[in-house]
Design a protein around this ligand. Structure first.
Ligand code: LLP
Length: 436
């Protein structure tokens, strides 16, 4: 998919660049991103809104994969940016991302983070709870500023996905409960404040969702409340942000609808609801993360050791693992992979791909059909673009891999490989006396 294909050398090629050459140049493991595919996805979302005549903001959820170069790419494509921490905000500022298109999320933003957001006059703060409503008000008072906000509500939807990545249900750490009056009080408080400019509501029902049922139910619940609040407080939501969560195809078993179809069906429902309640159709904002970058990322590893447990399983180890992709260990996430240096060779065995971390749970793929792989073959694991690099860690003091963007036959290093010096960079020796 995307620009991935098998080239005349019989190797996997991405963005017009031979993966064998990428490995020679940058080593393994390495994250490779198909930039044309990210652009195509970004344009797909925007075009759907344009075509249906809806004012919209497509905010890339940068938690999925945030680096300065990625943020610059998001800017080039004219998307907005969702950040969830001071670190992601700092990355956006370092990339000179237009502040008015930054949206700030999070269920426990610190005073410092809110001050940073206000000082830089970012476009919108998505307020999650009463504590934050007060904290933000006091920051605005101090800085004599007025903040544009959305209120995050929890609509009480159970999206069908893995428990750990489900966020819209009632028993969730996120957002004001829509049903029990919390959201209504928050709206009232925001409307009464001189320091808050309430643009509208936000909800995010979960991640890796394959259809639009949950989005549609959430929109209906929200409109029912909007109608009450219109009558009670005279409040009309100019923005409705329905979050992200559009699923992608990691393996053949996954069956998501097309990205534009999510948007089309959501728009249809929002229009219908607005009409039913005689409201102006609000701006619709979405926050795709995974669906913009997930299938654009491929991780290349070198195959190393092998262990056969006769009649049970063949283990093949690669030179990375849960340190660069924690999703299999954390969510039992499934991936597909091929040998990048000889993708056309006949499948000869079923192997399980182990990582190199000192932990039995560090398995990347169970039961993968492969040609007889040897030491130094290159394994390409697909769809690692979302929550791979961004959740990478230094477990076992393994340096994080580099990130390479490929496009039009050119490879561009956008994050360099960590070194062993990086690993000890923050360490202080016992003999060093340091204040703070
Ligand atoms: N907006 C909000 C408020 C979110 O909480 C999230 C994801 C998104 C947007 C983007 O969702 P996406 O379009 O990427 O599904 N680490 C997990 C995913 C956690 C998602 C957290 N929130 C994983 O690796 O699957």
């Amino acid at each position: 998919h995307g620009t991935s294909r098998i080239n005349k050398n019989g190797h996997l090629e991405i963005g017009g660049v031979d993966t064998v050459e990428i490995v020679e140049q940058f080593g393994t493991p390495v994250y490779v991103y198909d930039i044309a595919l990210i652009r195509e996805r970004a344009r797909g979302f925007k075009e759907t809104f344009d075509r249906l005549g809806i004012n919209a903001q497509v905010a890339y959820a940068s938690k999925a994969f945030s680096t300065v170069a990625m943020v610059q790419l998001v800017d080039q494509e004219g998307l907005s940016l969702d950040v969830v921490s001071g670190g992601e905000l700092y990355t956006a500022l370092a990339a000179d991302f237009p502040v008015e298109r930054i949206h700030f999320h999070g269920n426990n933003k610190s005073l410092e983070e809110l001050e940073m957001a206000i000082e830089h006059q970012i476009g919108c703060i998505v307020v999650d709870n009463f504590y934050e409503l007060e904290l933000l008000t006091s920051v605005c008072e101090m800085k004599q500023a007025k903040a544009k906000i959305l209120l995050r509500v929890t609509p009480g939807i159970e999206a069908h996905t893995h428990d750990y990545i489900l966020t819209g249900q009632e028993d969730s750490k996120f957002g004001f409960d829509l049903q029990n009056g919390q959201a209504a009080s928050a709206v009232k408080m925001a409307l009464e404040s001189n320091h808050l400019d309430l643009l509208g509501l936000h909800c995010h029902i979960g991640s890796q969702i394959f259809d639009t049922t949950g989005f549609i139910l959430a929109a209906r619940k929200i409109f029912t409340k909007l109608n009450e609040w219109k009558n009670e407080f005279g409040f009309e939501s100019t923005v409705l942000n329905l979050g992200g969560g559009f699923g992608i195809r990691y393996t053949k078993e996954d069956d998501p609808i097309a990205p534009s179809q999510y948007v089309e069906e959501i728009i249809k429902e929002v229009k219908a609801q607005a009409n039913a309640f005689s409201m102006t159709v609000p701006e619709i904002w979405i926050e795709p993360g995974r669906s913009l970058v997930g299938d654009a990322g491929t991780t290349l590893y070198k195959i190393g050791s092998r262990k056969d447990v006769p009649n049970v399983r063949k283990y093949l180890a690669v030179d990375g693992g849960m340190s660069d992709n924690i999703r299999p260990a954390l969510y039992e996430a499934k991936y597909e992979a091929i040998l990048a240096n000889r993708p056309l060779d006949e499948v000869e065995e079923t192997v399980s791909i182990a990582g190199k971390c000192c932990e039995s749970g560090d398995m990347l793929i169970w039961d993968l059909p492969l040609p007889k792989a040897e030491n130094n073959d290159i394994l390409a694991v697909f769809c690692t673009g979302a929550y791979g690099y961004s959740m990478a860690n230094n477990y076992n003091r393994i340096p994080r891999p580099p990130v390479v963007f490929v496009e039009n036959g050119l490879a561009h290093l956008v994050v360099r490989r960590e070194t062993f010096e990086d690993i000890v960079r923050f360490d202080l020796s016992l003999s060093q006396k340091v204040n703070n």
